[in-house]
Write a protein that binds this ligand. Sequence first.
Ligand code: UN1
Length: 510
Amino acid sequence: MERDVLSRLGITDAVSGCWIGADARLTSGKPITARSPIDGRTLATITSAGAGDVSAAVDAAQEAFLKWRLVPAPRRGELVRLIARRLREQKEDLAALVTLESGKIASEALGEVQEMIDVADFAVGLSRQLYGLTIASERSGHRMMEQWHPLGPVGVITAFNFPVAVWAWNTMLALVCGDPVIWKPSEKTPLCAVACHRIACSAAAEMADAPSGLLSLVIGDAGDVGQPLAANNQVPLISATGSTHMGRAVAEVAARRLGRSLLELGGNNGLVLAPSADLDLATRAIVFAAAGTAGQRCTTLRRLIAHRDVRDEIVRRLQRVYANIKIGDPREAGVLIGPLIDEAAWQGMTRALAAARTAGAVIHGGERIINGVPAGGVYVRPAIVEIRPDVPIVREETFAPILYVMSYDTLPEAIAIHNDVPQGLASAIFTNDLREAEEFLSAAGSDCGIANVNIGTSGAEIGGEFGGEKQTGGGRESGSDAWKAYMRRVTNTINYSKDLPLAQGVSFDV
Ligand code: UN1
């Protein structure tokens, strides 16, 4: 069954680490073993790409760019429409691979592929809406306008936890904006990348005006692939999604050559639970956001800031749900929490829990599960940690299902606790008090890129911009006008008069 899925997605036992368009290059880097976190089984071996492959991919992208930028944007949208059609056709297979390689449950994997389709549909519409402004000129007989032009090859770096959707957020937009893409996926999920790349290339093969170097894939680690990609002068934009540590390294390299970077990095997302909150609704939202995806979303809820009057009640409710939640093989019906990605994730989780314990926190759950789950995978019970907000570990993003619970007395105090972390991605308030909700969303409220009311922190739709402030990196991907990051803006002033008046009334008679 599984082999069938892999073979329908064009994945063999030995896979090249560099694809330029439909062509697999003969790579000679370190071998990468693609494993399933479900049971640690080897799925395939990839020969990683190196600096030479990166530069070949960038050269091909640059060549493709010279042609693609001249293809009218709505026609570029046609390529994205074809990709979306294939994604619809292969949704089940691709989702099965996402589950196999990232460990997320079937429903969430299908949701992730749906997110790709959604952003592709969005991008198709966008291909007819790359609007610029016209501007009133201060000079008579003059007209001013802005145009948005294609930018050039875009380097896209993605993480294991959304192994397909984040590439689509970037690539579907980049394609309609007129930019080729060079993709460096996580080494933990290389097969998802190969599958997506092949799907996109098969759609491109249907379009004679889609140049061959438009899409490429370079699989390898930060040193072999990430660094040369970020350093390459022919890549005007690097879009990186992942840890703050990774983003800082990428941004530094890109900044040195004054390249642009679009960063969507760590989150340490908080939810304020007000006394008027609907606790049934809040419990469901908190469990999905804190324990769903085994706590491995950048939007995962990590901090629950509960009013003193409802804190004990919510902890009781969460403990009840956590005690019965089904943890195990993510392919099994009824399972809501699959494995952590690897042993290192479990070590990170134990380290964080030990730090919390030392600081006097009360911990519920958080243990490793051995019975009733596949051997070879890392399965854990999500943890609820009652802790003070000033304990340093609370300020860190630990990529595991740990929910720190803290209490507050007044809303300003809750907002202060909420904002007192280095990250600023997603946030939420649960309240039935309109004033509290508005205060949380106001300039004096949450300092995050995403702020929700009566909805958890995770599971955003693609229509809005996605990203956040502070150590989250400040970039915005996906919907709204995030497309502007993938284009260059040019201001045009056109004189249709027979005079040459200078701006600001300057006279300069020659
Ligand atoms: C991520 O974890 O990097 O809002 C992206 C969400 C998803 C995207 C998460 N739509 O949780």
